[in-house]
Every structure is written in structure tokens, then in C-alpha cells.
Design a protein around this ligand. Structure first.
Ligand SMILES: Cc1ncc(COP(=O)(O)O)c(C=O)c1O
Length: 467
């Protein structure tokens, strides 16, 4: 979460006015940064907080986030009813624990875990925690193997594309693992097998393959990467596991690309994570991580909590965590079934392909992806268009409420500025056509009146989008 600093109240507007209609007194103020002296009625507090939040963007027009912004009323009701449940109190809420258990099983099956029921996994607050747990398991396993062989275990590294989400950078920094990034280059915007294998050595704890990339929605070729690592093992003897970061794709590929081999069908895939709160269609925050076999998850990472007079193994960074999202995940599984998830994801993809095709036809843009993997695509302005930028267009669209992020690619391609559209459940073909109308309009306006540069002190704000 953002780190917030203490406010110097003498230099800030430290009082918050409460609308006179909500209170009896003519003028009523509450301190903004201190606990108020007295209570207020619940209805008043509700109005004050609601009023504060009206400046937040409209989630339905947000094409930046991968995270669920709409659930049906029955799911919202269930989440409100289960808001007080604490995931860690397995003893107190055994049925919530049972629903988590069923969800792990449903995902293990969806991701083709080996027959015989050896996969093991858990829910998390999201993919970031799930990746952290996946990375820790890789590190612990590698270290145990090195120590058992009497070898140096102090210089671990992790191989991945520079397009990884920031959670992998965090994992490496917090656990002092050297990140070995394979740079993106024009024409290859994600990790491929040969490049991954070339970065590996005896200190490589694993390779992260992303399904699909946060940058452009494309899937990294998990099978190709694994086969390159098979060849490396045959030649040099290093047996390097793959973790698939399926934050989005884990809930898309099983429905849209069922024949694509990216999951536990690929023997080298040791673990997979996904966000229930992205294409799993649950409000934030819930994620999942599953290991192929119990030995992929070293025993000394596991803690045991009380459970019905016995104990239950757990692996998590948090202790207390809301249970509502797990109940909602199970609700979605039984509500939608395979056919329902397929229909939702296919509709998103149809909209994404329509949008990308129409944007390509407009003239000034070049597509970097089309939305054929995830229903997500990225595009840039043609190199000869210099009178306005994707940042200008993003700002113009924002004036109408659309949030279409513009950002620059990571190291080695930082001079490439792109826009990205994430199509999620609820973004209809009708909304897509309205967006296209505004796109055409603002492109025309920008062509006619090229944007001047904003003052230098606010230019960094245009780069504020975070993946
Ligand atoms: C590939 C990838 N991994 C990890 C994450 C982090 O996911 P979460 O927001 O669920 O923590 C994201 C988020 O966009 C992602 O796209």
C-alpha cells in the first residue's frame, strides 16, 4: 500500500465541512487528520464518506485495471453476508475453509494437475502474495538442494522477462534474489525459450513465465520455455522449475485456449498463481497459488493452525484475511460453471478484437497485440506522428470519463509509449462502440490542434499509471 506521511496541519486544510443538511448544527466541521472528539450518527458518517468518494473514477469506464469492477447483486449480497468471516479462523468457520478447499480442487483440475490428487494450494490476498509464496517455495527448494549437495547457496537468481509485474521485483528485493531480466525488444515483447535458458545457471531458482503479460496481454510460451530448459538440463544438468504467473490467464486460457499447453500438463511447471479478482470475476482481493506436488512446497514454509481439534497446514503472509472473497469465488464457480466462464471470457475477447481492429483501421495507430490471448491489447502511435502523443490522447479521453492508460515500456524500450485496453466482464460491445466514437473524435481534434507540452513540473503525472 502507498506509504503515507504525517500532515503538517498548520499548512493544510485540516477541517472537513459537513453538509448542513446532514447535521442539526448550522456549521459542523470534523478534523480531517485527527480522530474527532465526538461521535456522529451513522447516516451522517455514511453521507460524509460517500461524498468524499464521488471523485473516484467510474469503474465501468476504467479500461486500465484487470481487477473485477462488477459483480451481480446476488454475489454482492453473499459478500456482504460473509464480510465478517476471517479466513484464518478455520476452527470457527469450517465451512469457509471447506469452500476454499473446494476452490483449490476446482483450480487444480482446471489447470490439469496430475491424476492422483497430489496438487496442493491455497487462497491469498491476490497474485502478488501468491507470487511471493511461489517464489519462496522455489527459493527454499533450491537452497535445500544446494545445501544437501554441499554447494554454495548464497547467490540465488530468478530468470524472467523485463515485462514481469512489479511483484517479482519485490520478491527478488525482499528475499535478496538476483533478478535476471530478459529485456523486451521491438518484435519480442515477452520471454521466449532460448533467451530464458541463456540466462540460467546453477544458481537459478526458477524461471517465471507469464500468462499473459501485463504490458500487452500476450501469453509467454510456457511449453517452449520448458523445452528450452529440458535441453539445458540435458546439456548442463541444471534442473530448473517453471512458475507460471497466470494472474490473468489462469482464468482465461482454460476457457478460450483449452488446447494451449501452459499448465501442469507441462511437466516442468512446478506452481501456478492466478488472481480470483481478475478474470476469476471476484471483487478484490483474492488470489490462488497451486503447487504440482507437495514436495514443490517445502515443509518448513508451512504453519499449522487449530482446526476442529486438530491442526490445518497454512502458508500465507497475512494472518487475518476476509473470507467473503473466497465465498464469492465458490459462488462464481457454481453459478457460472465451465460454460458460463467460457461465455464471459469469449464475450470479452469478441469486444477486444472488435476494438483493436477498429483502432487499427483509424490510421495513426500500430497494434502491438490484438487481444487474441488475454482480451487485452496494446497499441502505439505510428513513428511519423509527432504532433501529439498517447499521453495527450489518454488525457482527452479522461475528460469524457474513459480511463485508457498510456505508459512507456520497461528498460531497453523506454522510448516506446503505448496505450493499453483491458476488456473485462461488463464492458459491452455498445460501450466499446461509444469509446470508438470518442477515440475518433479526440484523434481528429488532436490532429487539428496538436497538444503543447505541459509544464515540466507536472509531466511526471502523465506517467503515473502503475501496472
Ligand atoms: C502478470 C501479473 N502478475 C501479478 C500481478 C499482481 O496481481 P494482484 O493485483 O492480484 O496482486 C498482476 C497484476 O496486474 C499481473 O498482471
Amino acid at each position: 500500500m502507498p506509504l503515507h506521511t504525517q500532515v503538517d496541519e498548520s499548512s493544510q486544510d485540516a477541517e472537513l465541512d459537513v453538509n448542513p443538511v446532514y447535521v442539526r448544527e448550522r456549521s459542523h466541521e470534523i478534523p480531517r487528520y485527527r480522530l474527532p472528539e465526538h461521535s456522529m450518527l451513522p447516516g451522517t458518517a455514511l453521507q460524509v464518506v460517500r461524498d468524499e468518494l464521488i471523485l473516484d473514477g467510474n469503474a465501468r469506464l476504467n479500461l486500465a485495471t484487470f481487477v473485477t469492477t462488477w459483480m451481480e447483486p446476488e454475489a454482492e449480497l453473499l459478500m456482504a453476508e460473509t464480510a465478517a468471516k476471517n479466513m484464518i479462523d478455520k476452527d470457527e468457520y469450517p465451512q469457509t475453509a471447506e469452500l476454499e478447499h473446494r476452490c483449490v480442487n476446482i483450480l487444480s483440475n482446471l489447470w490439469n494437475s496430475p491424476a492422483g490428487g497430489t496438487a496442493t494450494g491455497c487462497s491469498t490476498t491476490g497474485s502478488s502474495e501468491a507470487c511471493m509464496l511461489g517464489g519462496m517455495a522455489l527459493l527454499w527448494r533450491w537452497r535445500a538442494g544446494r545445501r544437501a549437495a554441499g554447494l554454495d547457496a548464497t547467490k540465488p537468481n530468478l530468470v524472467m522477462g523485463s515485462n514481469v509485474q512489479v511483484c517479482w521485483e519485490k520478491f527478488c528485493r525482499y528475499w535478496q534474489v538476483e533478478p535476471r531480466y530478459v529485456p523486451m525488444v521491438p518484435g519480442r515483447l515477452h520471454l521466449r525459450g532460448a533467451e530464458a535458458a541463456a540466462k540460467c545457471d546453477e544458481n537459478t531458482i526458477g524461471v517465471v513465465a507469464i500468462l499473459g503479460s501485463t504490458m500487452d496481454g500476450s501469453y509467454e510460451p510456457v511449453l517452449e520455455i520448458s523445452q528450452a530448459l529440458d535441453r539445458l538440463q540435458a546439456g548442463q544438468g541444471h534442473d530448473i522449475p517453471v512458475h507460471v504467473d497466470g494472474a490473468s490467464g489462469g482464468f482465461v486460457a482454460p476457457f478460450l485456449q483449452p488446447d494451449l499447453e501452459w499448465d501442469f500438463r507441462v511437466p516442468r511447471v512446478a506452481s501456478i498463481n492466478s488472481s480470483g479478482h481478475k478474470y476469476g470475476l471476484v471483487y478484490p482481493g483474492v488470489g490462488w497459488v497451486i503447487w504440482r506436488t507437495p514436495d514443490a512446497l517445502p515443509e518448513d514454509l508451512v504453519f499449522r493452525v487449530n482446526y476442529l481439534g486438530g491442526e490445518m497446514p497454512t502458508f500465507a503472509l497475512n494472518f487475518s484475511r476476509p473470507g467473503a472473497q473466497v465465498a464469492a469465488q465458490y459462488y462464481n464457480f457454481i453459478r457460472l460453471g465451465h460454460e458460463g466462464y467460457q461465455r464471459v471470457q469469449q464475450t470479452c475477447q469478441d469486444v477486444a478484437l472488435h476494438l483493436s481492429a477498429e483502432i487499427a483501421k483509424m490510421g495513426p495507430f500500430e497494434l502491438l497485440s490484438e487481444g487474441r490471448d488475454l482480451p487485452v491489447f496494446a497499441f502505439k502511435l505510428r513513428d511519423d506522428i509527432t504532433s501529439y502523443s498517447v499521453f495527450d490522447l489518454s488525457e482527452r479521453l479522461r475528460m469524457r470519463g474513459w480511463q485508457v492508460p498510456a505508459y512507456t515500456f520497461p528498460a531497453d524500450m523506454t522510448d516506446t509509449a503505448v496505450m493499453r485496453i483491458v476488456v473485462r466482464n461488463g464492458f459491452s460491445m455498445d460501450l466499446a462502440n461509444l469509446l470508438l466514437t470518442d477515440f475518433r473524435l479526440y484523434v481528429r481534434i488532436l490532429e487539428h490542434h496538436p497538444q503543447t507540452q505541459p509544464p515540466p513540473e507536472i509531466q511526471h503525472m502523465r506517467q503515473s499509471f502503475k501496472h
